[in-house]
Design a protein around this ligand. Structure first.
Ligand code: ADP
Ligand code: MG
Length: 399
């Protein structure tokens, strides 16, 4: 049994008014939506409520209007895309509370859908103003949160409403929370974490949290250079935060104390210039990087050894690519390790959870995203979860 209420706990909702917080912050090009993944993610929850005969009111933010109406950031810009994905007509309602919403609910039949205006048009949203939330809640019977990606914010429609109305996790939220619990809260051990990406500074809190939770911490990407430098390796012209070498040493000490093995690359792919397939490309031991070379990927021997580490593990969480994967051949380590993780997942010896904007892009590039146990597209909320922070939107759903 989960620690939060889900749609299974709803009972009869015929004719009841549901406020459903979704993520409709869709990528746009000019006036049109370029990607509907987030609508697809919310569809099971919306259609389940529709089929159960509820009147479904969708709540979402769109862009950063900073508490004022702004016609270029109206949620109505997503209306066509939402209707397309749901295969159903949706009524746009240009308010979130008050008589206009009440009248619209009167027009909606059971199983109909309304789309409320951008919650961030009102300052009460980001201020998590109790009166603002109460005004929205006044028209509804219950609240469903299906936007994990906004759960790290304590806003009126991500946290406040859950304090006023009976609150439930939607199906996408439920899937995400279940996957994340299986990966770090109650994982099968040993657990490996892969942390890569450009900079240590952007992921300090992640690293500090993980050393106490996982048995293997695999560090790749640009941030590995800072750890190598901390160990006295000359990393040449590589991206490296030299001012953070003390911090890197402290993290490695903490890992030692916690019984967590930190894995740094011992061979690397280097080049004098950062371009696709450069003439100066070579593979070398980390101690042989020349003054005018940059480390741009983890080397093949290290990748093989890391694959062997994953074979001994039952759980993997992954954030951050192992190299500058956007430029060939510096995608090799990321692709190879991703394929190993995917094969182990298919073979059911590994539960694999990954997240992060560039990480998801890298796993798609490797062609293995669908083979991972769970891929989070939540960005900031995923990182805060990896930092071990409580997410207010999730806490508010706890029983
Ligand atoms: P995510 O979005 O998944 O959290 P990050 O934004 O932290 O990941 O990091 C991704 C970026 O790190 C990519 O743009 C990649 O090119 C860069 N990167 C990885 N390894 C290196 C490296 N050795 N040198 C420079 N940049 C790197
Ligand atoms: Mg990124």
């Amino acid at each position: 049994m989960s620690s939060f209420r889900t749609l299974d706990d709803l009972g009869d909702v015929t004719g009841k008014v549901a406020l459903v917080r979704v993520d409709l912050n869709l990528p746009m090009d000019g006036g049109s939506v370029t990607d509907t993944t987030r609508v697809e993610a919310a569809k099971p929850t919306i259609m389940e409520l529709v089929d159960a005969g509820a009147k479904v009111l969708l709540l979402a933010h769109f862009g950063r209007p900073k508490g004022a109406r702004n016609s270029t950031m109206s949620v109505s810009m997503t209306l066509d895309a939402v209707e397309d994905v749901l295969g159903k007509e949706v009524m746009f309602i240009p308010e979130v509370q008050g008589p206009v919403v009440a009248q619209s609910i009167g027009i909606l039949r059971n199983g109909d859908i309304g789309l409320l205006e951008n919650t961030r048009f009102w300052p009460g949203e980001e201020a998590n103003d109790a009166e603002f939330a109460a005004g929205i809640a006044a028209n509804a019977d219950f609240f469903v949160n299906d936007a994990f990606s906004a759960a790290h914010r304590a806003h009126a429609t991500t946290e406040g409403l859950a304090r006023i109305l009976p609150a439930f996790a939607g199906r996408a939220m439920e899937k995400e929370l279940t996957a994340l619990e299986a990966a770090l809260e109650k994982p099968e051990q040993p657990v490996a974490a892969v942390v890569g990406g450009a900079k240590v500074s952007s992921k300090l809190a992640v690293l500090e949290n993980l050393v106490g939770k996982v048995q293997h911490l695999i560090i790749g990407g640009g941030m590995a250079n800072t750890f190598l430098a901390a160990r006295g390796v000359d990393v040449g012209k590589s991206l490296c935060e030299h001012d953070l070498t003390d911090t890197a040493n402290a993290i490695m000490d903490a890992a030692d104390h916690a019984g967590c093995t930190v894995h740094l690359p011992y061979d690397v792919v280097v080049s004098k210039e950062f371009s696709a397939n450069p003439a100066s490309l070579r593979v070398c031991n980390v101690h042989e990087v020349a003054e005018d070379e940059m480390i741009l990927d983890v080397g093949p021997q290290a990748v093989e050894a890391l694959g062997d580490v994953l074979k001994t593990c039952k759980t993997l969480v992954w954030n951050g690519p192992m190299g500058a994967f956007e430029t060939e051949p510096f995608d090799d380590a990321t692709v190879a390790l991703a394929k190993t993780a995917a094969a182990l997942t298919i073979g059911e010896s590994l539960v694999s959870v990954a997240g992060g904007g560039d990480t998801v892009a890298a796993l798609n590039h490797a062609g293995v995203a669908q083979d991972f146990s769970y891929i989070s597209t939540a960005g900031g909320a995923f990182l805060e979860w990896m930092e071990g922070k409580e997410l207010p939107g999730v806490t508010a759903l706890k029983k």
